[in-house]
Design a protein around this ligand. Structure first.
Ligand code: HSE
Length: 436
């Protein structure tokens, strides 16, 4: 069989990893496929930087147009990241008859619904395994391995940067900003790290997982999203005292015609599988009506793991190119005509247990006023801790609630923070009990 010719857009962290695998593992890849995959060309704005790789056999350019329009390329790998110009280059590559593989979750979450039909119309494949869970083949597991199931929930730790930061803050009492710098140096973070720490990257990934799990269209803009930037070492310590760790989770569940999708720092019991996923590792739990609970674990970020997932997609496409692309599984796990518009459940309607941290003046009657508002909203408390006074006049009061509707909790917190003796910086974290 003829060789499959690859063009690479972006020689940053992941692009360098992909080039490295295609060069260093060429013989292994050929043995697995029965044909050769060749890195023909690569484009990056900075060609001067030493990447520790011999790229002398690769045609290099500083213009991505030289790749997406080239006649001698079968498959374009987009590793620029972000919405634009990535979207334009991917669309142009498809229009010029090239398959596309990308690690770009922002692109798929925001523009997947335009790109999948374009690819289908042209008889081309779009691979995006590396967009969710870095090196973990979790999309393949959900799309193919769990295909016989109605999916009941999918949730996970989907951002390596946040997990790295929370792990270091807990283990070393380290400062948030310092740890973020370390994660960036290790190549985990997005170009704009607010995407990581404010939960946007996790929301991109969750919107893809939810749509694939439930046969829905992707609705990234509707994911309820909160990040980790307001978590303090004191919250981590209070959670630990109560028997929990704080993890940034993405959670999706179907409710009839609606989908619940939320990203937020979450209290998880110490004994749960999620609590024990540390550093830049990710984990995705998929539960189905026949299979029950399945868990996928591995490196969620970084050059080598993410490049591993990109190259697996290239190999899947290389197995069928140029014939039979229609026999590959549908990219989102359901044939296009069967994918539905499912409404997103309003966050006020979700129910869970909550951790609430208030900063209150240490004076008589404050706790009584707070608990009377909670009682008005029919919210029952599981635990309450008041910490000793520090330098300021305010003291943290931490409460754990029993299960309640988010709308009721938010209404109670608005009234509580309007009290004169309570500061207006309440922190609300949600708590999850897992089956595993
Ligand atoms: N910035 C992302 C993370 C990279 O930290 O998980 C992988 O998508």
């Amino acid at each position: 069989m003829s060789e499959v010719r690859v063009g690479l857009l972006g020689l940053g962290t992941i692009g360098t990893g992909v080039a490295r695998i295609l060069i260093e593992q060429q013989a292994l890849i050929s043995r697995r496929l029965g044909r050769k995959v060749v890195l023909v060309a690569a484009a990056d704005r900075d060609l001067a930087r030493d990447r520790g790789l011999d790229l002398s056999a690769v045609r290099l350019s500083d213009d991505a147009n030289d790749i997406v329009r080239a006649d001698d390329i079968d498959l374009v790998v987009e590793l620029i990241g972000g919405y634009e110009p990535a979207r334009t280059f991917v669309a142009t590559a498809l229009e010029h008859g090239k398959h596309v593989v990308t690690a770009n979750k922002a692109l798929i979450a925001k523009h997947g619904e335009e790109l999948f039909p374009l690819a289908a119309e042209k008889g081309l494949a779009v691979g995006f395994e590396a967009a969710v869970g870095g090196g973990i083949p979790c999309l393949k597991a959900l799309r193919e391995g769990c295909a016989a199931n109605a999916i009941e929930s999918v949730y996970g730790i989907l951002n390596g940067t946040c997990n790295f930061i929370l792990t270091k803050m807990e283990n070393e009492g380290a400062d948030y900003a310092e740890v973020l710098k370390e994660a960036q140096a290790l190549g985990y973070a997005e170009a704009d790290p607010t995407f990581d720490v404010e939960g946007i990257d996790t929301a991109h990934k969750l919107s893809i997982l939810a749509a694939m799990a439930f046969g829905a269209k992707i609705r990234f803009d509707e994911v309820f999203t909160e990040g980790i930037s307001r978590i303090t070492p004191s919250d981590i310590a209070s959670a630990r005292e109560l028997g929990y760790r704080i993890k940034l989770l993405g959670i999706a569940k179907p409710h009839g015609d609606q989908v619940e999708m939320r990203v937020h720092p979450t209290l998880v019991p110490h004994s749960s599988q999620m609590a024990n996923v540390s550093d830049s590792y990710n984990a995705v739990m998929v539960s189905g009506d026949f299979v029950e609970h399945t868990l996928y674990f591995g490196r969620g970020a970084g050059e080598r793991p993410t490049a591993s997932a990109v190259v697996a997609d290239i190999m899947d496409i290389a197995r069928v190119h140029p014939h039979g692309v229609e026999h590959l599984p549908a990219p989102m796990g359901f044939v296009e005509s069967e994918r539905r518009e499912m409404a997103t459940m309003p966050v006020a309607d979700i129910s869970c247990e909550y951790y609430v941290r208030l900063m209150v003046r240490d004076e008589p009657g404050v706790i009584a006023a707070v608990t009377s508002i909670l009682a008005d909203q029919r919210i029952s408390l599981e635990a309450i801790i008041q910490k000793e006074r520090h330098a300021t006049n305010s003291v943290p009061v931490v409460m754990l609630t029993h299960e309640t509707r988010e709308g009721n909790l938010q209404a109670a917190i608005a009234r509580i923070t309007a009290l004169e003796s309570v500061e207006d910086n309440a922190l609300i974290l949600r708590k999850e009990q897992f089956a595993a």
